[in-house]
Design a protein around this ligand. Sequence first.
Ligand code: ASP
Length: 321
Amino acid sequence: MKRRQFIKNTSLSGIGVAAASPFMNYLNLPIMQKSEPVCIATWNFPNASRKAGEMLSTGALALDAVEQGVMVEEADIRNTTVGRGGAPDREGNVTLDACIMAPNGDAGAVVYLKNNTHAVSVARKVMEETPHVILAGEGADRFALEQGFEKEELLTTNSEKAYKEWLKTKEYKPIINIENHDTIGMLCIDSKGDIAGACTSSGLSYKMNGRVGDSPIIGSGLFLDNEVGGAVATGMGEAILKSVGSFLIVELMRQGKSPQEACEIAILRIVKQNPNYKDFQAAFIAINKNGEVGSYCIQKGFSYMDFRNGENKNFPSKYYI
Ligand code: ASP
C-alpha cells in the first residue's frame, strides 16, 4: 500500500472522529485557540492554585508557576502525602517522588528522595542541570545537596505518631479518597499560551520500601505537549502506571477528543484492566490549548482547582461509579 493511501485509510478508520473533524490541520492536530492564563490542579488545594494563578496573572512563565504552586503543598505539613509531613513507608522512611515538564517537552524527575521538602525543585534541577530525566534515591539526594538544597528531616512529629499507630496493625489498605488524597498535579497555561506541568507526592502511605508510584513518571503521572494540552493523575499509582494514562489523554486530545472525553476514556481503560477497581481511586484532570478542562475519576469524592481571571474555584469531578 502506498504511504499516502495508508495515511488516508488510517484517518478514515482508526481515528475516525478526529479525522472527520473539520478542525484538523495538515499535521493532524486539532486547531487550538490560545487560552487565557489558567492553572488547574488536583484536589482542593486553593493556596497552591492561587499562588500559581496569581503568578500567571502577572506574566510569570507556566514553568515557574507550576513549580511554585505545588511547592505550597510540599511545604504544608498538614498535607500527609506531599513533601515534608508526608506519611512514611512501612519502614518509617518518608520518600518523595516528583516530576516537572516544560513547554518545550523537557522533563525532570526524582524518585525516592529522602532529604528535601521541595522534590519538584530538585526535579527541575535534574531537567535543567543534568543530561538525565530521572534521578533516584541516594544519587538524587546527593545531587540536591550539590545544587545547594539543605538536608531536611521529612518525618514530622505527627506523621511519626500516625506511623507508630499504624505499626500496631500494619494493615496496608489505602483508604479511598482519604489516605490517597493529596498528590498534587498541576498544569498551567501562561500569557504566551505555553503549557507546563508538575506532579509531586510522598506516594501511598505505608507503601513497601522502595516503591515508586506514577507521580514522577512522565507519561503516567504527568504528560503534556505544548501543541495539544496536558494531563495529570492522582490515585492508585499502580493502576495509573499500567495505563500510561496522562500520555494516553494527551494523545486522545491530539486526535480531537475534548479533555473530558479523553479523561473518561483513560479511566474506562483502568476500570477494564483492574477487576478490583471498586477498591481504589484513580483520577485525571486535563487541559487543552484552548483552556478547556476535563476531569474524571473512578469514585465520587475527587475534585480539582481552576484559577482563571482572578477566580479560584474548586469543582467536583465526574466519576464512574
Ligand atoms: N498517585 C500517587 C501514588 O500512587 C498517590 C496519590 O495520588 O495519592 O504514589
